[in-house]
Design a binder for this molecule. Structure first.
Ligand code: CO
Length: 215
């Protein structure tokens, strides 16, 4: 228990610092939140959402899991997307992966890691769907970096294919899904420029034509 005292001390200093700058900060936030962004990122301790983009508490809604995956049968992630789109009405959903992702690496290394293998299985599929491109790359590092990018691209599509997002567009809600990748080496984000902001950006096969409420 004593081992955590330094964290509690940090917390006291942090709260005091913010209150000194803005005495009503916590009172205001305790009443409501209205973030404009949803961040879907990796759980990796080196990729902290708020710090990377310089946002304060209250400014970004965050969901993190290993390898920043958006799986339609994952109630956790899908509930976060639904709440942030329907209730908070965020304007931007950012899927942010990172180079050097251990989850992405583990998905293709042909060793058994336990339960996590099931979670990472879909990344292995991304690799094999792009095998020709992967084989043409010179080094293991390049292959890994490209797979990290391809993984973000797929997760952006997975967000956009969700019924929640398509329902929001059908109702005229302003909502864009973005794909970014973060470099652990320099702390910088690279925008993959694959924004999706309407059903027209989706392949026909993934468009939801009518919402449940319309039927
Ligand atoms: Co990672």
């Amino acid at each position: 228990m004593h081992k955590l005292q330094s964290l509690i001390d940090n917390n006291i200093k942090w709260a005091e610092g913010i209150t000194k700058e803005d005495p009503d900060f916590f009172k205001r936030l305790s009443e409501a939140q209205s973030p404009e962004y949803l961040w879907i990122g990796c759980s990796d301790s080196r990729v902290p959402a708020n710090e990377i983009v310089g946002l304060l508490p209250g400014e970004i809604f965050v969901h993190r899991n290993i390898a920043n995956l958006v799986v339609h049968t994952d109630f956790n992630c899908m509930s976060v997307i639904e709440f942030s789109v329907k209730v908070l009405k965020v304007k931007h959903i950012i899927v942010c992966g990172h180079y050097g992702c251990g989850g992405v690496k583990a998905s293709i290394d042909n060793t058994s890691h336990g339960l996590i293998d099931n979670w990472l299985y879909s990344i292995r599929n991304i690799y094999h769907r792009n095998k020709h491109r992967m084989d043409a790359l010179q080094s293991e590092e390049e292959r890994h970096n490209v797979l990290c990018e391809l993984n973000v691209m797929q997760q952006v599509k997975n967000v956009a294919h969700s019924h929640v997002v398509q329902d929001a567009w059908a109702k005229g809600q302003d909502l864009t899904v973005h794909g970014w990748i973060y470099s652990l080496k320099d702390g910088l984000v690279n925008d993959l420029a694959i924004d999706i902001h309407s059903p027209e950006d989706l392949a026909d096969e993934y468009r939801v034509l009518a919402t449940m409420e319309d039927n």
